[in-house]
Design a protein around this ligand. Structure first.
Ligand code: SAH
Ligand code: F3S
Length: 447
């Protein structure tokens, strides 16, 4: 019988994509992919280290998996993969003695041979090496989370080194995937019945492949906006992309969205802070005014574009006045949704050297104040959808009511709606009748 491997995923979409890619390779190598840790021969934890709390989860989970051993069965082989693996490396074997394999972020394609070594009795197996040239990025549909929505990585890594962020260290330098390969994958997904792709990367708009093959027929001010037009030309019904980096956000991205109806009306553009002093200390490479200029183009688009962002409160040295500036920019931008984080010190990053720390109490207070502001902003923004039609990709039955279905709109909102005959995978028009704090509610319109 073949070995059963369970992969548990924490963190961002990049990790989800890596898990899908790892599972594809493992199945090709003859392994079965298990649906839970119980009964699996191998458990891989694909970890996140962006904030301390995410990192702590790994420790807890390894302890739980270790206990899965029983009288009849040895405990599974345990591997830590992803960002914690890349950053902590060999140290993991010391702190977590049950871990057999530490698999870095670039080792996704080599996991089957690492498992083989572990199953042959080798301990403390470590692979922090780089990806090999010409690695396959292919993901088999069987390993994808959804049969309708697919994540397609277009760029890996990050060169920006924002002073608070661990990602450049855990994910390495930016490496863009060839456009011709991306386009082939999107076409294949389309022929398999996928309705939506998310082009993903730490900074999608920093996309810069070595050669422009596949993009020749497409115009654009940057390789990324050419890629957007090229992906749109595949005919894939809905195309979303995330995350965009403000400094590299060229207005031509908005022009491409205006031209191509299948490029979705949603932009995630994290600002992090509204204070120029803090933005400088964060090394974001833009001021509040630079950011607002980009927002102006987004807001003045012919299509109404939904806008979301990330904010960190309590960066070292953040004063009340700095925080007020954050409240101000959040008020001005009128985000459709906002992901708020308390600053978490990541050792090895430049910000970890700063000692002017904001107390935990102050962080909490600022977090709550920001949340309160965003709640009222968001209520107003969502009210603006009432009476409008949105296009929804149906995902599943609503958890609240048997008669309702849920899905995401092109503007990336959760929409619940009354509909008897809608099936997962359908794209339907919904008339919004009600705005809830984190979702919209409506009725299906029949064509
Ligand atoms: N460009 C990336 C950002 C990666 S991290 C992307 O693809 O989303 C996601 C968010 O986590 C960041 O935008 C930031 O708001 C938050 N974050 C990163 N490092 C953090 C830290 N040390 N403390 C708190 N939040 C952090
Ligand atoms: Fe992190 Fe800044 Fe890159 S937030 S992922 S270093 S753009």
């Amino acid at each position: 019988m073949s070995s059963r491997v369970y992969i548990e995923t924490f963190g961002c979409q990049m990790n989800v994509a890596d898990t899908e890619r790892a599972a594809t390779g493992l199945r090709k190598a003859g392994y079965d992919i298990a649906a839970s840790a119980e009964g699996a021969d191998v458990v891989l934890l694909n970890t996140c280290s962006v904030r301390e709390r995410a990192e702590r989860k790994v420790f807890r989970r390894v302890g739980e998996v270790r206990k899965l051993a029983s009288a009849a069965r040895k405990r599974p082989v345990i591997g830590v993969m992803g960002c914690v693996a890349q950053l902590e490396g060999e140290k993991i074997f010391k702190t977590l003695s049950a871990v057999d394999m530490v698999i870095g972020t670039q080792a996704t394609d080599r996991i089957s041979s690492l498992i083989e070594r572990a199953q042959n009795g080798e301990r403390s197996i470590l692979d922090l090496d780089e990806r090999r040239e010409n690695e396959v990025w292919d993901v088999s549909p069987a390993e994808r989370r959804s049969p309708y929505v697919a994540f397609v990585p277009i760029i890996e890594g990050c060169n920006k080194f924002c002073s608070f962020c661990i990602v450049p260290y855990s994910r390495g330098r930016e490496k863009s995937r060839r456009a011709s390969e991306i386009l082939e994958e999107v076409l294949r997904l389309r022929s398999l019945g996928y309705k939506e792709v998310h082009l993903i990367g730490q900074n999608v708009n920093s996309y810069r492949p070595k050669a422009l093959d596949g993009l020749e027929p497409f115009t654009g001010a940057t390789p990324f906006s050419r890629l957007l037009r090229a992906v749109a030309a595949t005919g894939m019904e809905r195309i979303k992309f995330t995350t965009s980096f403000p400094r590299d956000f060229h207005p031509d991205i908005v022009s491409a969205i205006e031209e191509c109806p299948n490029l979705c009306d949603w932009i995630h553009l994290p600002v992090q802070s509204g204070s120029d002093r803090i933005l400088k200390a964060m090394r974001r490479g833009h001021t509040a005014a630079d950011y607002l200029k980009r927002i102006e183009r987004i807001k003045s688009s012919r299509r109404r574009l939904s806008l979301t962002s990330d904010i960190i409160v309590g960066f070292p040295g953040e004063t009340e006045a700095d925080f007020e500036a954050t409240l101000k920019i959040v008020g001005e931008c009128e985000y459709d949704a906002l992901y708020m984080f308390k600053y978490s010190k990541r050792s090895g990053t430049p910000a970890a050297q700063l000692d002017d720390v904001v107390t935990e109490d102050q962080k909490t207070r600022r977090f709550l104040a920001l949340e309160e502001l965003q709640t009222s902003v968001q209520a107003r923004v969502c009210e603006g959808y009432v009476g409008r039609q949105v296009s929804v990709l149906v995902e599943k039955k609503s958890t609240r009511s048997e008669d309702d279905m849920m899905g995401h709109s092109t503007c990336h909102k959760v929409v619940n709606f009354k509909a008897q005959r809608a099936e997962p995978g359908d794209i339907v028009n919904v008339l919004i009748t009600q705005a809830k704090p984190n979702s919209l509610y409506g009725e299906r319109l029949h064509p």
